[in-house]
Write a protein that binds this ligand. Structure first.
Ligand SMILES: Cc1cc2nc3c(=O)[nH]c(=O)nc-3n(C[C@H](O)[C@H](O)[C@H](O)COP(=O)(O)O)c2cc1C
Length: 327
């Protein structure tokens, strides 16, 4: 019997729980169409980056201009560059909405300021079904303390929230001093979804050229542990839907995240690794597992291994730890 793989995520109806996360593969219409053909239930577009706009402007400003005579002209160009970048993004959203039948989630990478975020409305008008805020403020900045960094998250949510009516989700990293407390507060700030977690490229060092190089661009399946733990701890307690991300490379991994209580999952690296066929493999695995366990729909088992609303997460963690170490 065919299984019912439908789910909802921040009010969006999804035909199955698999969302293509934001990567280069979600930045052009041809590969978006491939992803839909492969079977994903929604796509998060490649993020529009504040730095793209900011750095382009800086490069121009740094050109030789001893008397600053270019400044006025550059202020105008700055506006133009922003406009061109946003126009390109708006065009991608419109194309995606026209050519795909699955939900299209726009993604904004927020790094420094909130001033530029008023353009979010344009993403909504272009037809985006939701906006994912991909947020990371570097903890390596020694002048900013944790309270100030955390405040920025709420500032961004408020700024975008006051510009749009479509659902907003927040994609965060696990680099917070009090992660549980922060997840709870953010989840109750008006957002409809939270993605746990983003993954950042780590630097490596090339010992031949003695230079820094990017490394570990794609995740490994063993990296699922962190998100699995925090999804299980907060899927029932959080004030918004939880979407799992990082290290999800197989049907088994998706089933684990659903048992932990995720409403949906995002996959990224595995789409680069295996290319065609992986989404179908994952969906087949979920269906065959559901058959073996006599489940007809995702809701029959979602959250079975989540920490219950009134349970103490610290106790749950402690008991898992004790089980392992007293064996
Ligand atoms: C090549 C590449 C480009 C990415 N670009 C973005 C991006 O623009 N915005 C974003 O929020 N995440 C971006 N990510 C992060 C992924 O969306 C995802 O959160 C991360 O890779 C963890 O999921 P995974 O283990 O399935 O790869 C990128 C990842 C890769 C591998």
């Amino acid at each position: 019997m065919e299984k019912d793989l439908r789910t909802t995520y921040m009010g969006l109806d999804l035909k199955n729980p698999i969302i293509a996360g934001s990567t280069g593969l979600t930045g052009n219409i041809d590969s978006l169409k491939n992803l839909e053909e492969e079977g994903v239930a929604a796509v998060v577009l490649k993020s529009i980056f504040e730095e793209e706009i900011f750095l382009e402007h800086e490069a121009l400003l740094n050109q030789d201009d001893p008397f600053g005579s270019k400044r006025e002209q550059l202020d105008y160009m700055d506006m133009q560059i922003r406009k061109d970048n946003i126009d390109r993004y708006v065009k991608l959203i419109k194309q995606a909405k026209k050519e795909l039948s699955i939900p299209v989630i726009a993604s904004i990478n927020c790094a420094y300021t909130t001033g530029w975020l008023s353009f979010s409305k344009e993403l909504e008008v272009a037809g985006a079904d939701a906006i994912e805020l991909n947020m990371f403020f570097s903890p390596s900045d020694i002048k900013t303390n944790s309270t100030d960094i955390e405040k920025l998250y709420f500032d961004v949510i408020n700024k975008v929230g006051s510009s749009v009516t479509i659902p907003i989700s927040l994609k965060i990293s696990y680099h917070f001093t009090a992660l549980g407390n922060t997840i709870m507060k953010l989840s109750e700030s008006g957002i409809k979804g939270m993605v746990l977690f983003n993954r950042f490229f780590s630097p490596d060092i090339d010992i031949d050229t003695m230079s820094v190089k990017p490394s570990f661009v794609l995740s490994d399946p063993s990296e699922i542990g962190k998100s699995l733990r925090w999804v299980a701890l907060f899927s029932e307690k959080a004030g918004c839907d939880i979407c799992a991300s990082t290290g999800i490379h197989s049907g088994d991994a998706v089933i684990k995240q659903l048992l932990a209580g995720a409403k949906a999952v995002q996959i990224a690296s595995v789409l680069y690794d295996k290319k065609r066929g992986i989404v179908k493999d994952i969906l087949n695995k979920i269906e065959s597992w559901m058959t073996s366990k006599s489940f007809a729909a995702i809701d029959d088992f979602r959250g079975r291994l989540a920490v219950k609303k009134d349970d103490d997460p610290a106790l749950y963690e402690r008991s898992q730890f004790m089980k392992y170490y007293t064996k």
